[in-house]
Design a protein around this ligand. Structure first.
Ligand code: SF4
Length: 330
């Protein structure tokens, strides 16, 4: 199928010259219809900036963002607004993304009005359907955001984001501002909605348990670049890039069905500044197996093994074998 979203050599710098923050630095990524792609990395990896570029909340410094084959990068604001019925975003904190002066009914149906979809009567029907889909009672429509709990507000955000039937939803840490007790229910809701409505989803998170639950493919980002892209099973069973291995080794596994055999890898130092990222492989300052060439040569993201995985590490060979810092976990 033709991609819903295609990022081609995407670059986003904030500022210019030597002080520029190089948030995203040459990322190419594709999402096909109905696919959930998890984008993971520590804070400062550039994953949120990438998601914002994908829906044109940020203009790109270089490269292309193709939505349904159309480059939205050079579009004027008015054209982008028209395209927005095909893609939408759900933010981390629903409190700051919902207009406090609008009722839930007006918030949820706003995209329908903006895109001139339906009549007042059909929009009312659509509102009931949407509230039902996100598990809210019909009477919630008359309430205002401050009268709702955090979980309810995120359900409203989801209803609004999905109201015009987008082909692509970017979900930027949609559960991390919520109480732990409601995170699972919102995650379950996103999974159910995605299975029902089949929109493609770029799911951005630092929560590995959440991507393991939701995503079919996972992209790992470090300091503005992708280091590994793989299907879920391969990534969790045998992460290939040393950074992915370290990231997975540090993640808690709630109630593992099978006790995973693994050792925790502690990385030295902090994530370097994106203002002056390390030369060569950006991970070399923390990589336990770095070699001399890692300091000078940028490892390209290239296919390895037979399952379509992409890895950017000099030490991973074409057949996918390479440094193994963690025992295969399953
Ligand atoms: Fe480590 Fe070198 Fe591979 Fe980078 S390229 S992850 S520094 S071994």
């Amino acid at each position: 199928a033709a991609p819903v979203l295609e990022l081609v050599d995407l670059v986003k710098h904030f500022g210019s010259g030597p002080q520029a923050v190089r948030a995203v630095d040459g990322v190419s990524l594709t999402l096909v219809p109905g696919e959930v792609l998890g984008l993971v990395g520590e804070s400062g990896s550039g994953k949120t900036t990438l998601g914002r570029c994908a829906v044109r909340l940020e203009t790109v410094t270089a490269g292309q963002v193709l939505v349904g084959g159309v480059d939205i990068g050079p579009m004027r604001r008015r054209q982008v607004r028209r395209m927005r019925r095909f893609f939408n975003i759900v933010f981390q904190d629903p409190s700051s993304s919902l207009n406090p002066r609008m009722s839930v009914a007006d918030i949820v149906t706003e995209p329908l009005r903006l895109h001139h979809i339906g009549t007042a009567a059909t929009r009312r029907d659509r509102l009931s359907e949407l509230l039902d889909q996100v598990g809210l009672r019909p009477e919630v429509g008359t309430r205002y955001p401050h009268e709702l709990s955090g979980g309810q507000r995120q359900r409203v955000s989801l209803a609004r984001a999905l109201s015009a039937g987008p082909a692509l939803l970017v979900a930027d840490e949609p559960t991390s501002a919520l109480d732990v007790s409601v995170q699972a229910s919102v995650l379950n809701l996103i999974a159910r909605l995605q299975a029902e409505l089949r929109f493609a989803c770029l799911f951005i998170t630092h929560d590995l348990a959440a991507v393991e639950f939701l995503a079919q493919r996972i992209a790992v980002m470090y300091l503005g670049r992708l280091v590994e892209v793989s299907d879920r099973a391969s990534l969790f069973a045998a992460p290939r890039h040393p950074y992915t291995q370290a990231l997975l080794s540090a993640a808690p596994i709630p109630d593992p069905p099978v006790q995973r055999k693994r050792a925790r890898i502690i990385l030295g130092g902090d994530v370097p500044s994106p203002v002056r990222p390390p030369s060569g492989c950006r991970f070399h300052t923390r990589c336990p197996v770095a070699e001399d060439r890692c300091r000078t040569d940028v490892p390209p993201l290239r296919p390895v093994g037979s399952n379509g995985s992409l890895v950017a590490c000099h030490l991973v060979s074409e057949d996918g074998t390479g440094p193994r810092l963690v025992e295969p976990s399953r």
